[in-house]
Design a protein around this ligand. Sequence first.
Ligand code: ZN
Ligand code: ZN
Ligand code: ZN
Length: 179
Amino acid sequence: MENNEESTTTNDVEKESPFDSLGISQESVEKFLGDRDRYDQSKQVCICGHAINKHSKYEEGYGMCITGRHYCPCKQKNPVLYSNDTRYFMRKTYGPGSKHALSAGLLRLRQVKKKAYWLEEPACWNPNCESGNPLIFPVALDKSSRVINEPGPINVLLCETCILNMKGVPGNEGKGWIW
Ligand SMILES: [Zn+2]
Ligand SMILES: [Zn+2]
Ligand SMILES: [Zn+2]
C-alpha cells in the first residue's frame, strides 16, 4: 500500500517542460544552434560592417558590397561576426572607430536588443604589432594602407597604437585621439 502511494506521488510531479523528458540539456541545444549560426554565411557580417550576403561576385574577382543605401568598395570579403539578424548592418563608414560602419551596426543591434558574436576575439591585425594595447578599433584603409575617413577597399581591426603610428602621431596613446 505504501509503495503504491509513493509511485502515484512520483507520477504526479509535473515536469517543468516537455523538454525535461528528453536526455538533452538547454545548454546542448543552445550550443548546437550557436555553432550552426556561426558557420551559416547568411548570418555573418564582414569587417566592412555589412552582411556577407550583401557581397556578391567576389569569387569571380570583381566583388561588390551593396547595401540598401550605398555601394561599399570592400575588396576583401572577410566575416568577423555572426548575428541572427544582420539587417542592422547597413551603415556607411565615416572614419575609424566609432565612425566605422561596423561600430554603427553593432550599436544599432544592441539598441534593438539583438545579439552578435565575434568569430574570433578582436585583436590588432597588424602582424608586426607588439604594443599589447587592448583598445581595438575597426578601420577603413585605402589602397596604400592609409587610414581614411570614408568607405575603403580594405577594412581591418587595429589597436590604438598602430593607428596612431599609421597616422604619423606615435606616442599619443590614451588621449582619446582614436575613439
Ligand atoms: Zn565587406
Ligand atoms: Zn561593405
Ligand atoms: Zn597594433
